[in-house]
Write a protein that binds this ligand. Structure first.
Ligand SMILES: Cc1cc2nc3c(=O)[nH]c(=O)nc-3n(C[C@H](O)[C@H](O)[C@H](O)COP(=O)(O)OP(=O)(O)OC[C@H]3O[C@@H](n4cnc5c(N)ncnc54)[C@H](O)[C@@H]3O)c2cc1C
Ligand code: FES
Length: 257
């Protein structure tokens, strides 16, 4: 069930360079949400900006949901000014979420930048299911890393300021190859989220090694509910799917990035 509500901002704090975590009191959304789903936030009462902005559900804790966002443009800069006690117009939970019921015993989470956004919630659910978790996080520099709520973390930074120097996919590949995970890959599942070039490299790696992999895509969106058809992604069969409704989580061999 999709809920449209005016909710209360509980807190909004800076947690890394230009990155904020907002906690919102929204019991009906929190209690119905699955990891990988998102909410749409209308950041202004007027027409500027007109469209709501989508944000992954970073965590759902009792009657509250959390989001994490990078203040990069008009909408997110407005969002960064919201204080505790403010009202906020939100719709959610939207989209399909990750599938955690298929066959695997180790989850490899792979995140690029704020692609970590859906993973604290996923981590919580995977831990409840007693899955082993390894989390690979890539960021431009150590100042843009957010790791709260994640497990068993391996880090790569573009500038080498922390962890492996290079891309997170290169690092993941070297870990997989060096530790001979390939001998028991059938028990692994990869969960990925991040910018498109990272997702493409991840999908190529998973295809090469025949790994079960789901990715969450961050296509630009308008309505978020399947009406405007503005978020189409091409599927392998040549037909178009909607990132907001059929996704944002897709199996890696389902869509063309
Ligand atoms: C399903 C989904 C989940 C998302 N979850 C998060 C999240 O948890 N945290 C977060 O910070 N962001 C998330 N995003 C992206 C977020 O919605 C955009 O950053 C936001 O819409 C930017 O709004 P703005 O008004 O600040 O920027 P705008 O002024 O609209 O744009 C500023 C710049 O960012 C670029 N941009 C805008 N939207 C996107 C996008 N979706 N992908 C890539 N570039 C974009 C624009 O092209 C422009 O260059 C998510 C997007 C989707 C589709
Ligand atoms: S955003 Fe409108 S159909 Fe997906």
């Amino acid at each position: 069930m999709i809920i449209k509500t005016t909710a209360l901002v509980v807190s909004n704090e800076l947690v890394a360079e230009n990155i904020y975590r907002m906690e919102i009191l929204a019991p009906e959304i929190s209690q119905n949400a699955k990891p990988g789903q998102f909410i749409n936030i209308k950041v202004s009462e007027n027409f500027d900006p007109l469209l709501p902005r989508p944000f992954s559900i970073y965590n759902a804790i009792e009657d509250k949901i959390q989001i994490i966002f990078n203040a990069i443009g008009k909408g997110t800069k407005i969002l960064s000014t919201f204080k505790a006690g403010a009202s906020i117009n939100i719709i959610g939970p939207l989209g399909n979420g990750f599938n955690t019921t298929d066959e695997f015993d180790t989850a490899i989470i792979v995140a690029g930048g704020l692609g970590i956004a859906p993973f604290p919630f996923l981590t919580k659910i995977l831990k409840e299911k007693n899955k082993k978790i390894i989390t690979f996080i890539g960021a431009k520099t150590k100042h843009q890393l957010v790791t709260d709520g994640l497990e068993n973390i391996k880090i790569a930074t573009d500038d080498g300021s922390l962890g492996y120097k290079g891309t997170i996919i290169e690092f993941l590949k070297s870990n997989i190859t060096n530790t001979d995970l390939t001998s028991f890959l059938s028990t692994f599942k990869i969960f990925g989220c991040g910018p498109n070039p990272m997702l493409k490299a991840l999908v190529n790696l998973c295809n090469e090694l025949n790994l079960n992999c789901e990715i969450s895509v961050e296509t630009q969106m308008a309505c978020g509910t399947g009406l405007c058809r503005g978020c189409a992604v091409r599927s392998k069969g040549g037909i178009y799917k909607l990132a907001c409704k059929d996704g944002p989580v897709f199996n890696s061999n389902e869509i063309v990035l």
